[in-house]
Design a protein around this ligand. Structure first.
Ligand code: MN
Length: 286
């Protein structure tokens, strides 16, 4: 059976003034074990009081990867220099391919912020292979209605298929490399099996509840289980009602060079990204 590694959040910080996050990676320094995924921030659940000045993170750039935002509670708005904008609420996903570069802002949606409320969201960064790091930016809003819901056998729960395939359903996200992204709900005392291709990296993040992986390895709230798939089934059993984000994908076997919001393959490409951003080549918000 595949060896399972367990992680707690490796750091806690605030992104801008609107996202109180617990980071699972890269803070745990597990780049190679979670490729093609680069970063996992778990925001909230945090209560934000009513305000006329929406919190969030103002204009900032990205290059070389994709940002995937999944909202569970609350509402987030996005606007970028490629001319894309959108609002996502509970169940919705925003899949933003920064690629050669965008400047964007991510804020609490204005009307929601005026009411105040609890925000719970995940931001996942997905790497691009070197061949795609300098392609044109792309933006996909995946609304909850467009995300197939697959009931599990034995009334064990359900899976929403955001990317890749599960149980005969195909997720709406267009991805550059093969991967699966699943929003999984497993009921207490029920179990299920997941299966991935040989060599894929698998990361199971528990938002709430508790599960065991392969008969042991208890994983609880805000914890992450990581394994390399041998192709064998991965058995999950819930001790209490559990909500998980399942991230699985074919690793990208290329060097990773990071500098803040830029993720490239080499240091000179990071220097170029900084120069291009400063020169306005990633655009501006209107
Ligand atoms: Mn951003």
């Amino acid at each position: 059976m595949d060896q399972v590694r367990l992680y707690e959040p490796g750091s806690t910080h605030v992104v801008g003034d609107g996202f109180h996050v617990r980071n699972l990676f890269p803070s745990n320094e597990i780049d190679r074990d979670v490729s093609p995924f680069l970063m996992l921030d778990y925001a909230g659940p945090t209560f934000y009081p009513a305000t006329d000045h929406p919190r969030g993170v103002g204009e900032h750039p990205h290059r070389g990867f994709e940002t995937v935002t999944i909202v569970y509670q609350g509402k987030v708005s996005h606007r970028d220099s490629a001319g894309n904008s959108g609002v996502i609420g509970p169940g919705d996903v925003q899949w933003m391919t920064a690629a050669s570069g965008v400047v964007h802002e991510e804020l609490h949606e204005r009307d929601w912020a005026q009411q105040g409320g609890t925000l719970q969201a995940v931001q996942l960064w997905v790497n691009l292979p070197s061949s795609h790091k300098m392609t044109a930016p792309r933006y996909q809003t995946l609304e909850t209605e467009a995300i197939p819901l697959v009931p599990l056998e034995g009334r064990a729960g359900s899976v929403r298929v955001i990317a890749g395939e599960f149980g005969g359903a195909k997720g709406p996200a267009t991805t550059v490399t093969p991967m699966q992204l699943l929003d999984l709900r497993l009921l207490a005392q029920r179990g299920m099996a997941l299966r991935f291709a040989l060599g894929w990296n698998v990361a199971l993040f528990v938002l709430s509840g508790q599960v065991t992986v392969n008969g042991s390895n208890p994983v609880g709230e805000a914890q992450l289980a990581v394994l390399a798939s041998s192709g064998a089934p991965i058995l999950l059993e819930a001790q209490e009602d559990a909500m998980l984000l399942v991230m699985a994908g074919e690793p990208i076997h290329e060097p990773i060079a990071r500098y803040g919001p830029f993720v490239m393959n080499r240091q000179d490409e990071l220097a170029q990204a900084v120069n291009d951003y400063r020169a306005g080549k990633m655009g501006h918000l209107d």
